[in-house]
Design a protein. Structure first.
Length: 296
């Protein structure tokens, strides 16, 4: 009975979104995107699309999403939004980070990306335009992938902080106490494999078109680069996501090393009490701000 109720609720939600979507104006980018997609299908093999297309989406998305945070360090006005203003980025750290990223991207992640073609073939995942899910289905699938990845990340990330193994693997990622966007995937190769595995679980569960691979890559990179940005910028659209952790939440993890283990949402840390130090820190900040206001 409960299962049937859940199915009915989901069907009702789907019909409601479809109804609302019918009133929305046509997307002016849809036809150019369709033309580009069909051109890609006509001129490249599935292996090239799944492998080199996925690599291109990852690299372009990663470094483009890092650009705002990189530029912020040169804008004095933006420094009031920097979470740890006493620890500015340095060229030396950023260059070291970039070199490690290139190694991880091409020698660790690329071999994994090569497996996407065989995954799509084994599960008969379509590539065609006509089979592509609607935008709201894709959005829901990405949210589902994020929920699954977040659970995996919380427990494995917490395990990597165990005193017996921390110094061998996860310590590399914590080399920077004050994170910056490009540092999101700066990690030991083993950590890239261990925590990165969570990315693929949602794909296995939800993937019904190759476009989900790319949409989920972009969503995941957008989130992880944002929480590592080091800047708490107001009017951030990601803050509209329910239970979204955000930059302050994860920045405290780098500063404190203990607690706030989840990647995207706050519920696992709240359930297990691993956000207690962060909550105490925020309360202390509020009291200090009140004292300053009274003093002025």
């Amino acid at each position: 009975m409960a299962v049937n109720d859940s199915v009915n609720i989901l069907n009702s939600a789907y019909l409601a979104v479809e109804y609302i979507d019918s009133f929305l104006p046509d997307n002016p980018l849809q036809q150019p995107f369709k033309n580009a997609w069909n051109y890609m299908l006509d001129n490249y093999t599935k292996f090239q699309i799944a492998t080199w297309g996925s690599l291109l989406v990852h690299e372009v998305s990663y470094f483009l999403l890092c650009v705002p945070g990189f530029i912020f360090q040169f804008i004095p006005y933006m420094q009031k939004y920097k979470i740890q203003p006493d620890k500015p980025e340095t060229w030396e750290k950023q260059w070291k980070c970039f070199k490690t990223l290139i190694f991880n991207h091409f020698f660790i992640q690329l071999p994994l990306i090569c497996g996407t073609y065989y995954f799509t073939e084994f599960f008969n995942i379509p590539y065609g335009w006509e089979e592509m899910p609607r935008w709201y289905v894709l959005l829901a699938q990405c949210f589902g992938c994020a929920v699954i990845e977040d659970a995996w990340h919380y427990f494995l990330h917490r395990l990597l902080h165990h005193k017996r193994i921390y110094k061998y693997i996860h310590k590399v990622h914590h080399e920077f106490v004050s994170p910056f966007g490009m540092q999101a995937e700066y990690a030991h190769p083993l950590e890239t494999l261990i925590l990165g595995a969570g990315f693929f679980i949602g794909i296995v569960v939800f993937c019904n078109h190759v476009v989900l691979l790319w949409a989920w890559v972009i969503c995941r990179l957008m989130e992880t680069i944002d929480v590592h940005s080091g800047y708490d910028v107001p009017l951030n659209p990601l803050h509209l996501v329910p239970f979204y952790a955000g930059a302050r939440f994860h920045d405290f993890h780098h500063m404190n090393f203990i607690g706030n283990y989840a990647s995207t949402f706050t519920w696992w840390d709240r359930i297990f009490g691993t956000d207690s130090q962060f909550i105490a820190f925020k309360e202390k900040e509020k009291k200090q701000q009140l004292r300053m206001k009274k003093a002025n």
